[in-house]
Design a protein around this ligand. Sequence first.
Ligand code: C5P
Length: 240
Amino acid sequence: MTKPVIIALDFASAYEVNDFLQVFIEEPDLWIKVGMELFYGEGPQFITRLHRKGFHIFLDLKLYDIPHTVLQAMKQIGRLGVELTTVTGLGGQSMIEAAKSGLLTGAQESGQNVPKLLAITQLTSITEKIMHETLHNDQETLVESVTHLAQLAAAGGADGVISSAWESQAIHEATSSDFLTITPGIRLTNDKNDDQARVVSPDQAIKLGSNGIVVGRSITQATDPLKAYHQVKALFERGS
Ligand code: C5P
């Protein structure tokens, strides 16, 4: 997988997505992320339609449940033709193993490629202070927590994690250089941070060792989304 710029399609309906994607028709190898809002609104059939149109799809549903339930859900996801998908890393190693096994079975049964499995570490909206308050424990730094979850995910057979690019290097050192760190929380210099806390620019992200960036509002809410996409891509690819 070359290092992708993945556009987060955080829209409510297929109508809005189709309208947004019109200006991207000529773009080769476009990566898109479908999250909970769109998936719950339009369902798995919409994913199949996007797959048939040739998009590279990251289905980000952050599964978190007991291993058996996650295995069964991942079988369904394995049938959709997506290339990346997520579980919540806090579900533990056996849940991650179950997720991987479900994806393998679903993909094999339907003749699809097996989607890469990514575990969410600490959300990019979380600061160390919020993490300490949430866990009611201040013994661990945020980077320690993220790298620990990454090691657990690697041991469970995940292909990588979602983290901030700030943690990419530490994750690669704690796991391996080919363990993926896909990084949201990306903003261009003049953009608002919104609800994101651990924010990085596209050129910083590549220098910090990110294997791919997820960009939502900096592209989707831009006055000229295609221009913003090209700007992000150029910064990420050349690192300056
Ligand atoms: O608009 P923005 O660029 O902040 O969107 C980031 C996208 O990445 C959202 O779709 C969000 O759900 C997702 N994401 C994230 N942090 C994570 C995991 C996923 O921001 N840790």
